[in-house]
Design a protein around this ligand. Structure first.
Ligand SMILES: [Zn+2]
Length: 389
């Protein structure tokens, strides 16, 4: 059992200096930041104490990968790792083949801890760096991470971690897609009882996103490419403080691919199965009038979902037809959306009142409009959310 008092080592001059800084801190923020430094040093001592205790335990040596003989201890060797608490140092036994086979030295404790050979930064630091890089440029993410870990992090390091994490994610996804084609369904994400009976909404569209013209180089003109995006969510209800019941999306999931609709189809189906499309009491597919998206719907989702044309595209068809119903843009089949009894003279938009197709860019409306409650396609909120992402 670890003794906290042993870890504090209050006779350590460095710790004395940190404790004095805490005592002398004039303001509350200065007090908290000074105490945070003490906590960081204390955490390092605790982690190092645990590692030292584990390193003293007897080592079970694996066989030599070349000759099969048991490896032999060559004594303790130092190891260092940058962690969220600061640099962690420990000693652990390393072994080599007793017959002299040319193999890298083996450290069973490192393997037990999940530490890779030559790894210099701990996984939790890399994970935080990757998460920050999702929302901020690499240089900003590196700066923020340096503030969190108390060290210096280079933007290049964050970039490399993101590349490695992306590679692992791609391999994992590839394995899951392979398994799905062979009939092995993925495990469904657990849902609360309330969400399990809520309708599952699936939407898809294409969005233009900026790319660097050359990978790894910020110079040059921005290159815009289309990304295929799918969104999945459960449609729940929420009662506001005034007692009004409003729709609310839960369990939002996003699928995106830099590729064609075939690539999106496989990924979206994988995620749809994971989100319970095979057991949801009601499934709704929502998209704009793009022919390819409706082919995708017919091929993969029509057996499980009801298709709904995006509100503004339905409105466009209705406006053109002058009747009370809208049809698929490319299909002479039955009507798919029934709107109000008569179309209003002007359609509400965020930019004011106007008519679809007359002086208003329909694509912009479909992407950013919020629909009109009276015409009941509230699920169209799913698409703007995807665009904001
Ligand atoms: Zn050997």
């Amino acid at each position: 059992m670890l003794c906290l008092h042993d870890s504090i080592r209050d006779d350590d001059p460095d710790m004395q200096r940190l404790l004095r800084t805490v005592e002398d801190a004039p303001s509350l923020p200065a007090l908290i930041l000074a105490a945070w430094q003490v906590a960081r040093v204390l955490a390092v001592h605790l982690v190092e104490a645990v590692l030292a205790e584990r390193a003293r335990r007897p080592t079970a040596w694996p066989p030599c990968p070349t000759c099969g003989m048991s490896l032999q201890s060559k004594g303790f060797a130092p190891r260092q790792m940058m962690s969220l608490c600061g640099p962690i140092r420990w000693q652990r036994r390393v072994g080599r083949c007793s017959k002299g086979c040319v193999i890298p030295q083996v450290a069973p404790l490192d393997e037990a801890l999940g530490v890779q050979p030559h790894q210099r930064t701990s996984d939790e630091v890399q994970a935080l760096g990757c998460a920050l890089a999702v929302f901020a440029p690499f240089a900003t993410a590196a700066r923020l991470l340096g503030w969190s870990s108390g060290g210096t992090v280079s933007p290049r390091a964050v970039w490399c971690w993101v590349q490695a994490a992306g590679q692992r994610a791609m391999e994992q996804l590839h394995e899951q897609l392979q398994a799905l084609t062979q009939g092995h369904l993925p495990t469904e994400e657990p849902l609360t009882a309330g969400l399990a009976v809520a309708p599952l909404l699936i939407g898809a569209d294409g969005v233009m996103v900026p790319f660097r013209p050359e990978g790894g180089h910020p110079q040059g003109k921005t290159a815009w490419h289309e990304i295929k995006v799918g969104v999945l969510a459960r449609l729940g209800q929420h009662r506001t403080r005034t007692g009004q019941v409003v729709a609310r999306l839960h369990q939002r999931r996003l699928v995106a691919v830099f590729g064609d609709l075939e690539a999106l189809k496989a990924r979206l189906w994988l995620e749809a199965v994971r989100q319970g499309i095979l057991h949801a009491p009601r499934v709704v597919w929502l998209s704009d009038g793009a022919r390819g998206l409706w082919h995708l719907f017919e091929e993969r989702f029509a057996g499980h979902a009801t298709g709904i044309l995006d509100f503004y595209h339905a409105a466009q068809q209705l406006w053109k037809g002058g009747g009370g119903v809208a049809r698929w843009p490319h299909d002479p089949g039955p009507p798919v959306v029934r709107l109000g009894p008569t179309p209003p003279a002007a359609w509400p938009t965020r930019r004011g009142l106007g008519r679809p197709g007359r002086g208003l860019r329909l694509a912009a409306l479909a992407r950013h409009g919020v629909g009109h409650r009276a015409h009941g396609v509230c699920v169209s909120r799913a698409a703007p959310r995807a665009h904001r992402l």
